[in-house]
Design a binder for this molecule. Structure first.
Ligand code: NAD
Length: 384
């Protein structure tokens, strides 16, 4: 396809912290990794809270326009997509404006900070063909895509139980200052919002929607240095444990935290069905482990046992590097961006959708209500 025939997609990027940088990398590098793309995507404007920073970022990454006012990008008719990479507290107001302006929107997790906000977003009138997508990038790791295939093929049978975790160690550093992710008024919650939103989405996606939870939150360090250099009263969970029940009756646990010494970016899950089981760890991003419970049993175990499936770089459509080359965390973001931009170019819906994001919001809300109410099993109320 000649370059001029390709659909041109112009992106206005809001926020340039770790995720703004990641999304910019993904957009700029898609042509290296994928074959003939049906679109040509460019980040044409960037907005941060400081015009000076926006200008610096724009100059460094070849972005033509810099601003400190998101309305400049949202109201620009030449921009097709608004990409939200700002702190959680900002998402709601931006979403209302961007959706009303008819933009396609890609929103970093979590969708917003409360079920009321999620409900209001879901009820906003949308234009035909407007694509609204969530960044739940872990869904796009090759082993997780393969896991969903195995579930869809019925290879696990009825799912009975699961165990999932997302563990970091950063909060164990007592000298570390609280950032916005440790401030519930900006993040909306604590680690449950930050890391839990990823895992809850994955379990909804792979095991069936979570319909009831019992939650327990933990703050190990009640005070630490705040952003203004004064001591700060911790108001956001540093670790959170959930018991969860899915619509199909499976029961499982989800533990998320930043209090786990020795961990790096340790997202992992195990899902057990009647006919098979799967295991995945983000720290081993090339492999999915699958156990076929229908395999022949024999003395000494025969050939029965977990199979290590070589997902590696075997993404559909990826032409570079070789599929045998190891993949990593960035591949999830790259594939997520590819999926979203392809949906926009091909004028079709995208999954994970805002409905998926709103449902995660409802699960997190039920978890907090449970934890404030003696861990009682609490029904998830879909928020629209
Ligand atoms: N999917 C993932 O892997 C992943 C990882 C980390 C964070 N996130 C999510 O991405 C979002 C951003 O997180 P981050 O870690 O990049 O944060 P960050 O603190 O690193 O960066 C935030 C950026 O937003 C800018 N900003 C703040 N308020 C703004 C406003 N009103 N308008 C425009 N810009 C504004 C800041 O200047 C900064 O550039 C959050 O929603 C977070 O939950 C997702």
């Amino acid at each position: 396809m000649a370059r001029s025939e390709k659909k041109q997609l112009h992106i206005g990027l809001l926020g340039f912290g770790s995720m703004g940088r990641t999304h910019t990398w993904a957009v700029q590098n898609l042509p290296f990794f994928y074959g003939e793309l049906p679109f040509s995507a460019h980040t044409v404007g960037v907005c941060t809270t400081s015009l000076e920073k926006s200008r610096r970022v724009a100059a460094e990454f070849g972005i033509p326009r810099a601003t400190a006012n998101e309305d400049d990008l949202i109201n620009d008719p030449s921009i097709h997509i608004i990409d939200i990479c700002t702190p959680n507290i900002c998402h709601f107001e931006t979403l209302k404006k961007a959706i009303s302006a008819g933009k396609h929107v890609l929103c970093e997790k979590p969708l917003c900070i409360s079920p009321d906000e999620a409900k209001a977003i879901m009820k906003l009138p949308k234009q035909d063909g407007q694509v609204l997508g969530m960044v739940f990038n872990n869904r796009w790791m090759a082993p997780v895509l393969r896991a969903r295939q195995l579930v869809d093929e019925g290879r696990l049978g009825r799912i009975l139980s699961f165990r999932a975790a997302y563990l970091h160690s950063s909060a164990t550093d007592k000298t570390r200052c609280a950032g916005w992710k440790q401030d519930r008024t900006v993040c909306g919650g604590g680690v449950l919002f930050d890391l839990g939103s990823h895992v809850i989405d994955l379990m909804n996606h792979l095991c069936g929607r979570i319909v009831a939870v019992s939650g327990m939150s933990q703050i190990a360090y009640p005070t630490r240095m705040g952003r203004n250099g004064e001591m700060w009263q911790t108001n956001a969970d540093e670790s959170f444990s959930l018991l969860a029940v899915t619509e199909g009756g499976a029961q499982g646990t989800v533990t998320v935290g930043k209090l786990q010494v020795g961990t790096n970016d340790d997202l992992s899950f195990e899902i057990y069905g009647e006919d098979g089981a799967i295991r995945f760890s983000l720290m081993e991003p090339d492999w999915l482990y699958y156990y076929d419970n229908k395999g022949d049993d024999a003395p000494l175990g025969g050939m029965r046992g977990f199979t290590r499936i070589e997902c590696v770089g075997r993404y559909p459509g990826l032409v570079f590097p070789s599929p045998k080359a190891p993949a990593g965390w960035l591949y999830g973001h790259l594939a997520s961006m590819h999926g979203f931009l392809s949906a926009v170019a091909e004028e079709r819906d995208f999954s994970p959708s805002f409905a998926d994001g709103a449902y995660v919001q409802a699960v997190m809300d039920a978890a907090y209500r449970s934890s404030e109410n003696g861990c009682v099993l609490t029904e998830v109320k879909p928020c629209w």
